[in-house]
Write a protein that binds this ligand. Structure first.
Ligand SMILES: [Zn+2]
Length: 211
């Protein structure tokens, strides 16, 4: 996830990798290998738990946090560490697979928060939104062209949650929800996986680089 734009074209709605990369199991583990200095570790854990719940609530997947050897290893990386990108990004992730497959990386140079005021003032980045996006990649979703979708390539928190935040006064990070397009995407991969019939739509992309 980059800001303001994410390097490849957005065509159609939700997209999956060209090989329909996905986990061949429903019980998936994740671990947090280090923590951002911007937030309490318990707050990070709580945020990630909510992020994984967003995806498990609409799919056959179950997620469990483990100390190590997880399917999805999550790291806050420091500036200067080797990344697949030349330019600054909020984070990136690899699609499902062994080794680095499924691993999620979040840029520690970013100021992470779940504080509404900081997010809306644009001086800080929503951990919940960015993590939800990168976890989507880790589950096999590429970028969606649907503005307002969590899997949209750009970081646009105001665009799809500001109105909700204003009207309900629910804290931004609590009100963040998956777009129907995100739900269609994850169910394309994982409801069919369980043998249920699903509507086969969505785009594929040749791009299997970290996104
Ligand atoms: Zn992305």
């Amino acid at each position: 996830m980059k800001k303001p734009s994410c390097g490849f074209s957005n065509i159609g709605a939700f997209a999956v990798f060209s090989t329909s990369l996905k986990w061949s199991k429903a019980n998936i583990t994740y671990s947090v290998l280090n923590y951002t200095s911007d937030m309490n570790s318990s707050e990070v854990d709580d945020t990630l738990k909510k992020v994984f719940s967003m995806w498990s609530n609409v799919s056959c997947l179950n997620f469990t946090q483990v100390p190590k050897d997880a399917d999805i290893a999550m790291t806050f990386y420091l500036e200067g560490q080797k990344t697949p990108f030349m330019e600054e990004v909020l984070g990136y992730a690899y699609g499902p697979g062994k080794g680095a497959g499924g691993d999620v990386f979040l840029n520690e140079a970013v100021i992470w928060t779940n504080d509404n005021d900081k997010i809306l003032a644009e001086n800080a980045t929503s951990l919940r939104l960015a993590a939800a996006h990168e976890v989507g990649h880790a589950l096999g979703l590429a970028h969606s062209s649907r503005r307002g979708a969590v899997m949209y390539g750009d970081y646009t928190p105001k665009e799809y949650e500001y109105g909700k935040y204003k009207s309900t006064n629910v804290p931004y990070f609590e009100s963040l929800m998956l777009h129907q397009d995100d739900i269609d995407g994850i169910q394309y991969l994982y409801v069919i996986f369980l043998g249920r019939v699903g509507e086969q739509r969505g785009q594929t992309t040749q791009d299997q680089e970290p996104l």
